[in-house]
Design a protein. Sequence first.
Length: 642
Amino acid sequence: MIGARLGNRYELLEKIGEGGMAEVYKAKCHLLNRFVAVKILKNQYSDNEEFVKKFKYEASAAASLSHNNIVGIYDIGSENGINYIVMEYVDGKTLKQIINEKKVLKTDEAIVIAMQIAKALECAHNNNIIHRDVKPHNILVTKDGIIKVTDFGIAKATSSVTITNSDRVIGSAHYFSPEQAKGSFVDCKTDIYSLGIVMYEMVTGKVPYDAESPVSVALKHIQEPVVPPKEINPDIPDSLNNVILKAIEKEPYKRYHTSNELFVDLQKIKNNPDSKITLENKENEYTRVMKPITDATTVIDKATYGKNVNDEDEEYEEDEDNNYKHKSLKNKPKISGKTKKIIISSLAIFSIFIIGMTAYFYSQSKLGSKKGKNVTVPKIIGISQDEARKKVEDLGLKFTPSTESSDKPKGVVIKCFPEEGKEINTGEVEEIRVIVSSGPRVAAIPNLMDVEIEAAKEYLRTYNLKLGKTTYEYSNIEKNRVCDQSPEPGTEIGENTTVDLVVSRGLEVKTVKVPNVVNKIFDEAMEILESSKLKLGTITKIPTSDESLDGKVSVQSIEANSQVKEGTVINLSYYAYGNKDLVDVPKFTDKTVSEAKSIAAQNNLNIQVSGKGDFIITAQSVSPGKKVPQGTTIRLRSEPNP
């Protein structure tokens, strides 16, 4: 491909990358005189409509995004079976390369990188685009430290570290979310989880979950608790440790709700590493601790006399018990015991009032502008979603539901956060998040196409599905990968459903015997090769003065009776008497029969048409551009114009 020019504009200079289904080249745009990157779909997928569709979707998805931290898309095209995307050329490295080189990134560097990724995702999410495959390999870093997120919308169906479900490739196993592993609904919090895994890897030098197979990694995302990054790298601050743990919560509702929320916390840590970042599931999330008031006597004295014992301009003296007394009280008449009790009680009540008011105003100053009323989370577990929604919204709170399978009836609330009975302030908490039962465990048959058979078996076990009949057949799918299944992907199922799999043996290699075409007239030799499922290759003309040899094949590149694969190319040499030259076969398709006859005459060729009437030519026996001797007969097929 090096040196080729696409669209008569983009000259391919060097290969700079390769993925599961595409190769990336550095290219020169001769129209605008600038360097660009050209991503080209691999040849083996160009005939696959699904892959081409996904490939083009990447361009349309990313082209709608305009952000400094997202790789720009310039053009998309298709030429001679080559599908390509032209994008911004980034002179730098992938984040994965940087992690491999440095092993562990410094905290400040990791935060700056994560903030830029978060802003890129925020732009995508605001445009209703979920990346679904956020990982260091898809994050480019320029020499100036600018982050560029790439590969929007592309599905890495051919990668060994991807798992598919319901006709969707859901991401790279080490970085995808539990809901992707389960084949559940994904949203912006899915990308936030993946970014959390990327942050984890940046500050620890390793991913939190690893195993021998991608399915085993997926199971760990779902089931295994994460080792806090601070236990691996004690140098990171608690604040960053908590941000990462919050981003990779297994339950989506416990994560950051938006990329901007994550960005804000990262910015806080950048400015102050000691910033307090509270995890979503802590019991004291809404608890406020007030500064204790330790000197009640001072408060009482202050309230009673308007001054503390240390105030200036007042006269005090120390009595025999080392207590201070105001001189103005020295000569006051003694107060009876009963009266003294009344005074003490009154002062105690007054002091409690003062302490309460102080605490109130103190807490209000801490809460800042978040004003609201204190309410108690109502009892909603066990009732219908509609009833629960009404109870929550009657309190002025937002009702945010998600679903989860359970043994409870469909539509019944099974969990809520904050918990039932918890007192919250509506200025601090704006929503009640609930999990609603989707009924007994029902799932969709996963899409196991192109998954290795052993991985497919393990994946079936995670869904409590049984492996049924396993058969093998030849296909264009790689050997030992699933090429068909029954029931079809996406079929709704219950537990213990049996799934039959068809496993690929790889491409079937069919052989044919090479015919002997030496001494055959060239036209006849072409027909014999075609009927033997062989291809005509290079044609060489041998001038002769013997008219009886004119047009006869003198040499064939592979000996007769040899066993070769179907489609093998056979080169021929033939005798040419007089001034007969080789001519390029013109394009006859899309022309009428009358037009084809005229074109053939102009090029000294003969045509043989199957079909009646002046119809449209839909196929020709020799490809356009192929050199053949003058007088060669080209067979054409015509069909009525649709």
